[in-house]
Design a protein around this ligand. Structure first.
Ligand code: FMN
Length: 194
């Protein structure tokens, strides 16, 4: 199973990236987590450039790449910091591009999990919940577990997640994502044979 991870921080060796790498290490056997590298290049959403409205084909190349990468993955993992009580604008922007055309987008039906992190105690929970709300609108089934890792700077050492509870939570989240992929695949199979 291939998971596409979107790292919601553009900073080199960010805390978000370190948590994402930990998620890859803690994923069940057979689950491969690959990081999407194009987030900084996704242009600002503009309906004039969106064929789902009146824009010309094709969409900007960076957007096509984003959509292709999501479509090719079995699941999506979004790991995010919190900026002013929400997700970073460029991350939301990428989701907005990926969400078109509505109901037939790369995000529709794609199993997903969200992790937020922050050096603050609440772990970026508002960014987490805001993303979850967006993924409801995009038709993206999301694991039930809400994982917000607070005081994350105290839980990482030399780039490794060392906190036992955070490791257990991340392990459980990745297992849930794996299960969700299987459930959605079964549902899709039933729909085909019905
Ligand atoms: C513009 C901006 C707004 C921020 N707002 C919040 C916030 O609302 N809540 C919070 O917990 N941290 C906030 N922070 C702190 C970030 O969550 C913190 O810097 C985070 O660890 C950055 O993660 P990174 O190392 O992955 O870039 C903010 C940081 C920036 C740059």
């Amino acid at each position: 199973m291939k998971v596409l991870a979107i790292v919601g921080s553009l900073r080199e060796n960010s805390l978000t990236e370190q948590v994402t790498r930990a998620a890859g290490d803690l994923a069940p056997e057979g689950v491969e987590v690959g990081i999407y590298e194009g987030l900084a290049s996704v242009p600002a959403y503009n309906a004039d450039h969106d064929p789902a409205y009146d824009g010309p084909e094709p969409v900007p190349a960076e957007v096509e790449d984003l959509r292709d990468r999501i479509s090719a993955a079995d699941a999506l993992l979004i790991v995010t910091p919190e900026y002013n009580a929400g997700p970073p604008g460029y991350l939301k922007n990428a989701i907005d591009w990926a969400s078109r055309p509505h109901k037939a987008s790369s995000l529709a039906g794609k199993p997903a999990a969200i992790v937020s992190q922050s050096p603050m105690p609440f772990g970026g929970i508002w960014a987490n919940q805001s993303l979850r709300k967006s993924l409801t609108i995009t038709g993206t089934p999301t694991v039930e577990r809400e994982l917000a890792i607070g005081k994350v700077d105290e839980k990482l050492e030399d780039g490794r997640l060392v906190d036992d509870q955070a490791r257990a939570d991340l392990t459980a989240l990745m297992a849930e994502l794996n299960e969700l992929v299987a459930v959605i695949a079964d549902q899709d199979q039933e729909a085909v044979t019905a």
